[in-house]
Design a protein around this ligand. Structure first.
Ligand SMILES: Cc1ncc(COP(=O)(O)O)c(C=O)c1O
Length: 445
């Protein structure tokens, strides 16, 4: 039998890991997964508190999805992208049903990054304008275009990106000075005014789109209210910009609605990028979904884009099966309900552990931000640079105790699969409780 050490050694000797210096890569292994758990090669069980990369929404090893992929591969292993298949048409139809209002046609990609690349491309082709406005605290993917579009520090370090990305200040109620002494709605209104001013200064005739995550994700779940969203839609309409909503992470029930933007019923995207939960990661897939109007434009203009694996039959089958699972098992409602249990549990932890400065999110998409002092809100780890000592203790201890999740900057992400139950949420909260007890001493308030 291959040992854990051998698996890790070969991975490190022959493959490269993302977002890390290779010497700092100290992976766990995985040999199987079921529901909210997975197991390493030594048989240790992990509670998957972040659904891997916030994508395994239906949980590990779902039999309905596995069977759909198996059935499909037995029939069609590959079809080139302009071949029509039953699963492709069916997935397009299902996406039309579950996405908001005017979104009607999907272009299939391999993941989220290229869904964003193609959203930018289509917005530029459709409007004949170039500039794309995005938030600082956002992440949209790792290729040059998508990485430039994302504003958080992950864009640094690989040279110049693409031109004509314009950055917007963040509606960060917990930290932005704009919100001091103001309610969230008041601050959001000011932030939206700034967006309008930036559009005016950049020249609306050059601005193709505002690109924004439907519900903020790994940059810190920093989400403005309806006030901001309604104004974004109105600014886009007034100045002829498209609204591109990135639902790669927030889609498919993550926040307790089908999509993050569904929290704002008055806001209809022109383009939506999805990935992750569309297949829960069982097969790589993303999609750029466009409105009727944009789809009609491409009726007689060439859609100059393409990918060998666009609309891969296995991904199509996995997508159809996932949407069936979301519907049949009421996972969207479940995310909303279990999200309340998770949120209450995190609030109870905040009573015990003053290092918890802020709790943000919706549904099973929650983050806690840790601080040295609740008055000054000084973060427990600096925004730039590596993890501070207490955050390293957190990351190490969670892993030792069998919890797999994201720990970045001063934040711990709480985003388990949507199939999680109350007992499993409590199990996770208990691990967090024990872990935070180890760093209570770093609180300086
Ligand atoms: C909001 C958002 N957009 C885009 C991406 C990029 O997706 P992918 O990693 O599938 O290319 C991610 C990935 O985490 C994301 O969270």
């Amino acid at each position: 039998m291959v040992t854990t050490a051998e698996i890790i050694a070969k991975n490190k000797d022959y493959t490269l890991a993302s977002w890390t210096a290779q010497n700092a890569w100290s992976p766990i292994t995985m040999t199987r997964g079921e529901g909210v758990y997975f197991w390493d090669a030594d048989g240790k069980r992990y509670l998957d508190w972040s659904s891997q990369l916030i994508n395994v929404n239906v949980g590990h090893g779902h039999p309905h999805v596995i069977k759909a992929i198996q059935d499909q591969v037995a029939q069609i292993s590959f079809a080139y992208p302009s071949i029509a298949t039953e699963a492709r048409g069916r997935l397009g139809e299902l996406l039309e049903e579950v996405t908001p209002g005017r979104l009607s046609k999907a272009f299939f990609t391999n993941g989220g990054t290229d869904a964003i690349e193609n959203a930018i491309k289509m917005a530029r082709l459709f409007t004949g304008r170039q500039k794309i406005l995005t938030r600082y605290r956002s992440y949209h993917g790792a290729t040059f275009g998508a990485a430039t579009a994302g504003g958080d520090p992950r864009r640094h370090g690989h040279g110049p990106g693409i031109p004509d990305i314009v950055r917007l200040p963040d509606p960060y109620a917990y930290r932005s000075p704009v919100y001091r002494g103001r309610t969230q709605a008041e601050g959001d209104a000011i932030m939206a005014d700034l967006v309008e001013e930036i559009v005016q200064m950049e020249g609306p005739q050059y601005c193709a789109a505002i690109l924004i995550e439907g519900y903020s994700g790994t940059s810190g779940i920093i989400q403005p209210s309806e006030v901001y969203w309604n104004r974004l839609r109105q600014i886009c309409d007034q100045y002829g910009l498209l609204l591109i909503v990135d639902e790669v992470m927030s889609g498919f029930g993550r926040t307790g609605e089908w999509f993050g933007v569904d929290h704002y019923p008055n806001v209809q995207p022109d383009i939506m990028a999805v990935a992750k939960g569309i297949t829960s990661g069982y097969v790589p897939l993303g999609a750029t979904i466009v409105s009727d109007e944009i789809a009609a434009y491409f009726d007689d203009h060439v859609l100059s884009t393409g990918l060998t694996y666009s609309a891969h039959p296995l991904a199509m089958a996995a997508g159809v099966a996932n949407i069936e699972v979301y519907r049949n098992e009421n996972l969207i409602e479940r995310s909303r309900e279990m999200g309340k249990v998770l949120r209450q549990g995190l609030m109870d932890l905040a009573e015990k552990h003053p290092v918890i400065g802020d709790i943000r999110g919706a549904g099973l998409h929650q983050v806690i931000e840790l601080v040295k002092n609740r008055e000054t809100r000084e973060p427990l780890s600096p925004f730039l640079g590596g993890l501070s000592e207490p955050m390293q203790i957190v990351a190490r201890t969670l892993r030792e105790k069998g919890m797999s999740t994201f720990v970045r900057w001063s934040m711990i992400f709480n985003c388990p699969p949507l199939v999680i139950n109350e007992a499993q949420i409590q199990e996770g909260l208990d691990i967090l409780d024990e872990t935070l007890s180890l760093i209570d001493g770093y609180y300086e308030g």
